[in-house]
Design a protein around this ligand. Sequence first.
Ligand code: SF4
Ligand code: SF4
Length: 59
Amino acid sequence: MWEIDRKKCLRCGACVGVCPKLALELKESGINHDEKLCIECGLCKRICPMGAIKVEEGM
Ligand code: SF4
Ligand code: SF4
């Protein structure tokens, strides 16, 4: 399970840079997440300065 709180997101792009699967993309509307690519590793959650991302790891 991967979730983002769009109200907290600053669109800094840090999460996009750490994703090993290139599952994240920064768009004008905010972060775009491709659930088909995501392996729920949690790296994006750990790098986010705003705590905007929630991931249940190892699913
Ligand atoms: S949990 Fe891992 S694979 Fe999924 S979007 Fe975040 S960094 Fe990418
Ligand atoms: S790291 Fe956090 S604040 Fe920055 S773009 Fe990603 S979700 Fe938004």
